[in-house]
Design a binder for this molecule. Structure first.
Ligand code: BGC
Length: 523
């Protein structure tokens, strides 16, 4: 080989080595980046850990806070609000009643025709309408005028299609799904807004009065017979369908629970006399807090950026309003740690840009190439061309966040069961889990909210955790029953059982509603 040939060979070898070194360097760097991203996932998994031991601590904390909230006003972050609902519909109600359901992005108006014991609900017409975004943060007058005029149009349409004109004043169950300090079964003062609402001049005002005034302004003659939380409506429908129902839980945009309590356990209202001896309590569990809750840096940031920091802590870990945003925050952290998502997309920094339904769709994607994940990353977050292994990582993030939420919700439910002695603690024979005949009692919890009813993985994780905490033997007597549209239908049923037309409108024992203290029913 001549000098030239040798030189050429040396240069070629050097070039090959350089290329190889670049490639190796690239691979090492990309491995390092991948490890950093996987590290973010590992840290998230660790921080979201919900072992059965930890869940039991949450159960205990929930039961303790329930006691504290019932003992004194402001005694706990759990408000444990009185509802003045001391009797629940039982199927004997008759007549035509209306409901107005306000609490999420849509509001609903409905009318039901009740036929009494044998025929129950004869018909139910429902109309859904989105609430214009600007009204959620406008004035109470604007919001309620809009609602009252929609209600009026609904009533007029329905009157045109009906052969009979009403002889009695129309009665309405008003479902208002925010924390309200009730002053009676049909009136109450808004404590604060949650979810996306923030109509400042409403806080501290009587909610029914605002609606009643708006109805008068709009020329609609209707009486608010009951003002209820959506959980209370759900409990009413649940109990109407199955008298073993003792509690109701909503897991949708927001989350909350209510249950039947003995009045003697509501210490903060000593002397509160209901002839039935029981009352439905609206827990407002979205505001529950305990140091046992597995909190991550993402939760802390989300809370800090929210319009209500240090509020609704449980809700911010569980409900549909927030889960998508927790996932977005994790993906943002990952994309800042490395370029596996390409250059950091500006959309990724926008709060609430990833909705929980989109997150649920990514989680549920079973296609081999995870095409739905790719589509949502591209369309919602403007992150195109993400490799399959990164898409898998995103699904894992959705799974960790959803699993934690569902398991915490399960712990909340068992907390209620523990408070009312239906968790079988100390063995299935103990507590109030058994009836007077010695047999295990069925304990039914009415469930609603899109996270529970439409997000299969969420529901499965919740049930799994419920069994883990209670044990198989007790868990078989705890039935979670989907009670869709309970918030509206239940409010109309309660309007019927509290109607001024019905002989049962006083709180004395009546035939057209079942007293919540019925020894078989009370917890
Ligand atoms: C509200 C509750 C409501 C729940 C479910 C929460 O944000 O505070 O009153 O029951 O959402 O709609």
């Amino acid at each position: 080989m001549g000098k030239v040939g040798f030189g050429l060979a040396v240069s070629c070898a050097a070039a090959t080595c350089a290329i190889a070194a670049i490639l190796v360097g690239k691979r090492v760097r990309s491995r390092r980046k991948w490890r950093r991203v996987v590290g973010v996932l590992r840290d998230l998994e660790e921080a979201c850990e919900t072992s059965v031991g930890r869940l039991r601590q949450v159960v205990d904390a929930m039961a303790v806070e329930m006691h504290a909230g019932l003992a004194s006003e402001g005694g706990s972050k759990l408000k444990m609000l009185l509802t003045f609902v001391d009797k629940l519909p039982n199927g004997s109600e008759r007549g035509k009643y209306y409901a107005l359901d306000l609490g999420g992005t849509n509001f609903r108006v409905l009318q039901i025709q009740l036929g009494g014991k044998t025929s129950s609900i004869l018909s139910c017409d429902v109309e859904r309408q989105p609430i214009p975004q600007d009204l959620m943060t406008s004035t109470s007058e604007d919001l309620f005028d809009f609602i009252a005029s929609s209600l009026k149009q609904f009533v007029e349409r329905e009157a045109q299609n009906s052969e009979f004109s009403p002889v009695k004043r129309r009665e309405l169950g008003f479902t208002f799904s925010f924390p309200v300090k009730q002053t009676s079964v049909s009136s109450g003062i808004l404590i604060k807004w949650t979810k996306r609402f923030s109509v400042k001049d409403m806080v501290g005002k009587d909610v029914s009065e605002c609606l009643q005034h708006a109805m008068t302004r709009n020329g609609l003659d209707m009486r608010v017979a009951v003002l209820v939380n959506d959980t209370v409506g759900t409990l009413a429908l649940g109990h109407y369908n199955d008298p073993d129902t003792v509690a109701a839980v909503i897991i949708g945009t927001g989350t909350n629970a209510c249950y039947l309590e003995r009045t003697d356990a509501i210490i903060k209202c000593q002397g509160l006399l209901t002839t039935s001896g029981g009352m439905v309590v609206n827990m407002e569990w979205g505001n529950f807090w305990s140091s046992h809750l597995p909190r991550t840096s993402y939760d802390i940031d989300l809370d800090g950026d929210s319009p209500n920091p240090n509020d609704q802590g449980f809700e911010k870990m569980i409900s549909g309003m927030y889960l998508g945003d927790i996932v977005r925050r994790v993906i943002l952290r990952m994309s800042q740690e490395s370029d596996i998502f390409g250059p950091v997309s500006s959309r990724l920094s926008m709060p609430f840009i990833l909705s929980t339904p989109s997150m649920a769709d990514m989680h549920a994607d079973e296609s081999p190439e995870l095409m739905e994940v790719a589509r949502i990353l591209k369309e919602d977050l403007q992150i195109p061309d993400v490799p399959l292994k990164v898409r898998k990582l995103v699904v894992k993030v959705c799974d960790v966040v959803t699993r934690r939420a569902a398991r915490l919700a399960a712990a909340g439910i068992v907390g209620i069961l523990k408070k009312i002695g239906r968790d079988g603690s100390g063995g299935v024979a103990s507590g109030r889990s058994r009836g007077s005949d010695g047999k295990m009692r069925r304990t039914v919890v009415a469930m609603d909210g899109s996270l529970y009813t439409r997000y299969t993985m969420f529901k499965e994780y919740l049930h799994e955790a419920l069994c883990e905490i209670l044990g198989e033997e007790v868990a078989q007597y705890v039935i979670l029953k989907v009670t869709e549209d309970g918030s509206g239908i239940g409010a109309a049923l309660l309007a019927a059982s509290h109607s001024s037309h019905s002989s049962s409108s006083s709180s004395s024992s009546s035939s057209s509603s079942s007293s919540v203290v019925d020894s078989q029913r009370l917890p």
